[in-house]
Design a protein. Structure first.
Length: 239
């Protein structure tokens, strides 16, 4: 699911990718809100909060929310630079490499959550997670040709509404019946993505309540296993 790109992908591969990575992203985003009161991946909410604090002349809060947005963009930029470099060198496993980077950076955040008690702990955690969510979202966007977004659901919810409208037109005979197969596939993918994000969020908070920062370490191990499995397959795949 981290090797084939764009048209070379099929519905099964996309659904697997959405399940695993949206689940992890949902867990990390919900846990960040539960533990420290901030969303690491919801840039819509963060920009709205930024505008509110700018309007009320709260400079410190404005700077922090601006930092979250900028760090998310930085993570996306880092992912694209890695992908671009890998593609120039013909590396089949470049997308898996991005997820491996995410895993390797997530593990220290888990350790920090477990052992750091300094005042700057909250800022470190939310900015670190924002960077990783930007990295993951850009990776998934690139490999799926923007069919999947795993770190937030606004786009997926919009796409579900669009596909429902198309389905209604097909049933009313006002759209091409041949589009029905593609329509159902897109609906399944978008619904699966949101369900995985939601389920990951619920499970993430429950696990965090039990083991705290160990959740981040577990998520890092899961991402590492997914990435290493893909890298092994990429080595066997012709360039």
């Amino acid at each position: 699911m981290l090797i084939h790109q764009g048209a070379a992908r099929n519905e099964r591969i996309d659904v697997h990718l959405a399940c695993w990575l949206a689940g992890v992203a949902g867990a990390l985003n919900a846990t960040a809100f539960y533990a420290i009161g901030f969303f690491a991946a919801n840039m819509t909410g963060n920009v709205s909060a930024l505008s509110d604090h700018v309007a009320t002349k709260d400079g410190r809060a404005s700077l922090f929310y601006l930092s979250i947005v900028l760090v998310f963009i930085l993570g996306s930029t880092a992912s694209s630079l890695i992908v671009n470099a890998g593609q120039r060198r013909g590396r089949n496993g470049v997308y898996a490499g991005c997820i491996l980077v995410e895993a390797l950076l997530l593990a220290p955040l888990g350790l920090a959550d477990l052992f750091v008690t300094a005042e700057w702990r909250v800022e470190m955690l939310v900015l670190g997670l924002a960077f990783l969510m930007g990295l993951q979202n850009a990776t998934v966007t690139r490999i799926s040709n923007a069919r999947i977004r795993t770190t937030h659901v606004s786009g997926m919810a919009t796409d579900i509404g669009i596909e429902i409208a198309i389905a209604i037109d097909i049933l009313r005979g006002r759209a091409v019946p041949a589009d029905a197969v593609d329509n159902r596939a897109k609906l399944r993918l978008h619904i699966t993505t949101i369900a995985a994000f939601f389920g990951g969020g619920v499970l993430g908070v429950l696990i965090y309540q039990a083991i705290g920062g160990g959740l981040l370490l577990a998520a890092a191990l899961l991402l590492m296993a997914i990435a290493l499995h893909a890298l092994r397959r990429a080595r066997r795949k012709p360039g």
